[in-house]
Design a protein around this ligand. Structure first.
Ligand code: ADP
Length: 161
């Protein structure tokens, strides 16, 4: 039986920190569904289609990585797909409270749901999508934090402001 997991997030945009987690998750799982969660109340820099297409292009040659969007509760997605393991990344201690709350809530909603945490690579421990957005918006160099496809999209986005 295939070992499958869901890696949910905003991925606004995907960074090298996320990519590192996906690559390491492949050592543990046969298939990872990277799920761009959409929340109509949350303003994002990139549309859900843009965020999905970055991930799809990056893993175009890798059939073990599936990227798609989902609006709603993650536990509903899990049931639809019959995948009950979720991956999250942990950076500083500051991530812990939120992740702990989410993991327990998801298990409360669906007993079978488990969360597996991957510790960040030390070189990405400070890296977040919002940091990339802010630095890029003000013209700072972000090329070591993100893949080229995202870098180009960010340049395009902020060149019109
Ligand atoms: P969310 O808005 O759901 O937190 P994100 O796209 O910011 O979505 O992050 C998705 C997951 O990836 C979270 O578990 C987050 O902690 C993790 N993550 C984000 N950046 C990094 C990083 N640099 N190293 C390790 N994990 C990360």
């Amino acid at each position: 039986m295939k070992r499958r997991a869901i890696y949910p997030g905003s991925f606004d945009p995907i960074t090298n920190g996320h990519i590192d987690i996906i690559q390491r998750a492949k050592g543990v799982f046969d298939e990872v569904n990277v799920v761009v969660m959409t929340n109509p109340d949350k303003k994002t820099l990139f549309s859900v289609d843009e965020r999905i297409s970055f991930i799809q292009s990056l893993f175009a040659d890798d059939s073990s990585i599936v990227a798609e969007g989902y609006e709603g509760l993650l536990v509903n997605y899990a049931q639809e797909k019959d995948i009950y393991t979720m991956i999250r990344g942990l950076r500083a201690v500051s991530d812990f409270d939120y992740e702990f709350q989410m993991a327990l809530t998801n298990r409360q909603l669906l007993k079978r749901m488990d969360t597996v945490f991957f510790m960040t690579d030390v070189s990405y421990s400070y890296l977040s999508s919002s940091l990339v957005q802010q630095v890029s918006k003000f013209g700072g160099e972000v090329k070591e934090f993100i893949p080229e496809i995202v870098l180009n999209a960010l340049k395009e986005k902020f060149s019109h402001e």
